[in-house]
Design a protein around this ligand. Structure first.
Ligand SMILES: Cc1cc2nc3c(=O)[nH]c(=O)nc-3n(C[C@H](O)[C@H](O)[C@H](O)COP(=O)(O)O)c2cc1C
Length: 143
């Protein structure tokens, strides 16, 4: 199985999540690439079996600007044989908009026909030990 973690990060929280997930997947023998969509190529996802998306949320629930091309192209993909997880950081301070980009990606990825590996995961600001254990537990159950 091949995986890719595609992330967007301004202050490093989503980068830290993406690196953690990459490390965990690699340690389970899943060959996992890391792609920063600030300057990366979202089309690499088409070659993978498992796609992880880690977006920050900005400006009243918006997705990252560097992920817009990827987001808008998703409905054109036929990813019925793939699985995905959306796991990212937002801030509870933003109330109903907390992690809204995560929900938006979740819905958009469903349009490709890909299956959830698990429900999406929202992390408040910086990933902590409890978050890491939660993720490890989910990966242990689903992979
Ligand atoms: C101007 C601004 C707007 C934001 N809007 C939201 C928001 O609507 N919802 C949310 O959950 N977080 C919001 N955030 C918080 C970031 O998503 C959060 O700090 C996240 O951890 C940043 O990820 P990064 O470190 O990978 O850039 C906002 C932050 C800033 C600076």
């Amino acid at each position: 199985m091949k995986a890719i973690v595609m992330y967007a990060s301004i202050t490093g929280n989503n980068e830290e999540i993406a690196e953690f997930v990459q490390k965990e997947l690699n340690s389970r023998g899943i060959d996992t690439d890391l792609e920063d969509l600030f300057d990366g190529d979202y089309q690499k996802a088409s070659e993978k079996d498992l796609i992880i998306v880690s977006p920050y949320t900005y400006d009243k629930g918006s997705i990252p600007s560097e992920m817009i091309d990827f987001f808008e192209d998703l409905p054109n993909q036929n990813w019925e044989n793939k699985k995905f997880i959306v796991i990212g950081s937002g801030d509870r301070f933003y109330g109903n908009d907390f992690g809204a980009a995560i929900d938006k990606f979740d819905q958009q990825l469903e349009k490709t026909g890909a299956q959830h590996l698990t429900e999406s995961i929202k992390i408040h600001t910086r990933i902590n030990q409890e978050d890491k254990e939660f993720i490890i537990n989910i990966l242990n159950k689903t992979l």
